[in-house]
Write a protein that binds this ligand. Structure first.
Ligand SMILES: [Zn+2]
Length: 484
């Protein structure tokens, strides 16, 4: 954010048919020294009389002008005629772009331009528009809360003796060092103002960040999703969970954004079929697959009734905030998911004496099992077994972790089970691969979210990611520059 009085408007040559990700990366990089979008001039690079199929309007000059705070960009290329999309008329295309625009606004970006790429289509007479490239921008004037990702965050951010700089690319705002003994995020908001970047509305911590507005962490912001979140917040523990969701490495935000997508797109059964061995996808659906988040039944905004009864039976007194993060109740099977991001699957809380392994889920005594797999997994198996009897269908416990984490887990847990098929360990790369195969807007948005999801800085100041993406372009412009 160097406001330089000698800065002048400039242009960047781009190829509009470059991948959306590459174009985005390029624009973010070019704008980083304090620029915002000013317009675009497509160039005609091939003669229109050439009758071989191909494009001729794919090159363009993009104009940038100086800004107090650098903009960020998002690119969505929409093929106008392809095997995936075929828009019969401009109205249909407009409706699609409007949906895209809505989804982009939820993560902070506004539509600033639409550029047609023209060419001769194979087996068609004359020329036509092949693709439209939609440019979305987050600018400091737009006022939309920006959801950060690995493309908008500095790949390296060493912590200096003067304090901690804002992790956002191009930002030189510095705040005091927040440590465990002093102020932390649990303090009242007024104690924390010194730790906020006013340009990006985040609390800056030595190895991570947290949004000032928790809802910035949420991908889906239509009325249905907002109503669902209101229901979660009304419950006793809701407020506390909501504040946690603002954190960069919060697993609940990841779980919510992912499973709400699976629910919204109706892909939940397909998802389980793809990732769980021998999952029987319901055919000729009589009963709809239900998803329970943190024990809450969103249909009525209270603890899910069958689970409540199971808890009474097991003697769980610590309230419904514990237990599986997500339960998927499909007509043929119950899946209890433990959703992990930075945390470990093996948690060490004590278990009450009321727990018994009445139905012999485990082939070892329960105290020993607790020692090996911790309370969370153990509880999920006991709950799963009880639900299985109540709802008359088999159950499975699934742990979802980052790729290449907890490698021996699957084997260790299976060895303790009477029926080893009841446990599956999957990772976020599996989820990402599945989501990426979707062709709708929601799949595009979620795939980008998972791909871009950051996991804080390591001790050397290197950015970590959910999927373990380590390759970053060497980027000298990430060196922190103090304001003024
Ligand atoms: Zn900042």
């Amino acid at each position: 954010m160097q406001v330089n009085q000698f800065q002048y408007s400039r242009t960047v040559a781009i190829n509009l048919l470059d991948s959306s990700d590459n174009l985005r990366e390029k624009l973010i990089y070019e704008a980083m020294e304090g620029y915002k979008y000013a317009g675009i001039s497509p160039l005609m690079t091939k003669g229109i009389f050439m009758r071989t199929p191909g494009t001729y309007g794919d090159q363009a000059l993009l104009r940038l002008e100086p800004a107090k705070i650098n903009s960020f960009f998002s690119i969505q290329s929409v093929p106008v005629k392809s095997s995936v999309y075929s828009f019969k008329n401009p109205e249909a295309l407009s409706a699609f772009v409007n949906e895209l625009s809505k989804a982009e606004s939820w993560v902070g970006y506004s539509l600033v331009d639409i550029i047609p790429v023209n060419g001769f289509l194979d087996k068609e007479v004359g020329s036509g528009t092949v693709t439209v490239v939609c440019i979305f921008e987050w600018s400091s004037e737009s006022g939309l809360p920006l959801m950060l990702d690995r493309h908008t965050i500095k790949p390296m951010r060493p912590v200096g003796i003067n304090g901690v700089s804002c992790p956002v690319k191009g930002c030189g705002h510095i705040v005091p060092y927040m440590d465990r003994e002093g102020v932390n995020l649990d303090n009242d908001e007024e104690d924390l103002t010194a730790y906020i970047c006013p340009y990006h509305n985040i609390y800056i911590l030595p190895s991570t960040y947290s949004y000032v507005n928790p809802e910035t962490s949420i991908l889906w912001k239509n009325d249905l999703d907002k109503a669902a979140i209101d229901k979660l917040l009304k419950l006793s523990n809701g407020k506390r969970t909501w504040k946690q969701i603002a954190k960069e490495t919060n697993a609940d935000a990841l779980a919510w954004n992912t499973f709400r997508y699976l629910q919204r797109t109706g892909r939940i059964d397909e998802f389980l079929e793809k990732l769980l061995p021998n999952f029987r996808r319901p055919l000729g659906n009589k009963e709809e697959t239900k998803i329970i988040y943190w024990s809450i039944d969103l249909d009525n905004g209270s603890e899910w009734e069958p689970l409540k009864r199971v808890r009474v039976k097991l003697g769980q007194v610590h309230g419904f905030q514990y237990g599986p993060d997500v339960i998927v109740v499909s007509p043929n099977e119950i899946t209890l998911l433990n959703v992990k991001f930075m945390g470990q699957t093996l948690t060490k809380r004590e278990i009450p004496d009321t727990y018994t392994d009445q139905y012999k889920v485990f082939n070892k005594p329960i105290k020993l099992v607790h020692k090996y797999i911790g309370n969370e997994l153990l509880e999920n198996f006991l709950i799963g077994q009880e639900l299985s009897i109540k709802l008359k269908r088999p159950f499975r416990v699934v742990t979802l972790t980052r790729p290449n984490k907890e490698k021996g887990l699957q084997q260790n847990v299976k060895e303790l089970l009477s029926d080893p098929r009841q446990f599956v360990h999957i990772n976020w790369l599996d989820v990402y691969t599945f989501v990426q195969e979707g062709t709708d807007i929601w799949s595009k948005i979620l795939a980008r979210y998972l791909e871009g999801k950051t996991a804080g800085y390591d001790l050397a100041g290197r950015l970590q990611t959910l999927l373990g993406i380590k390759q970053f372009k060497s980027d000298n412009r990430n060196i922190v520059v103090l304001e003024k």
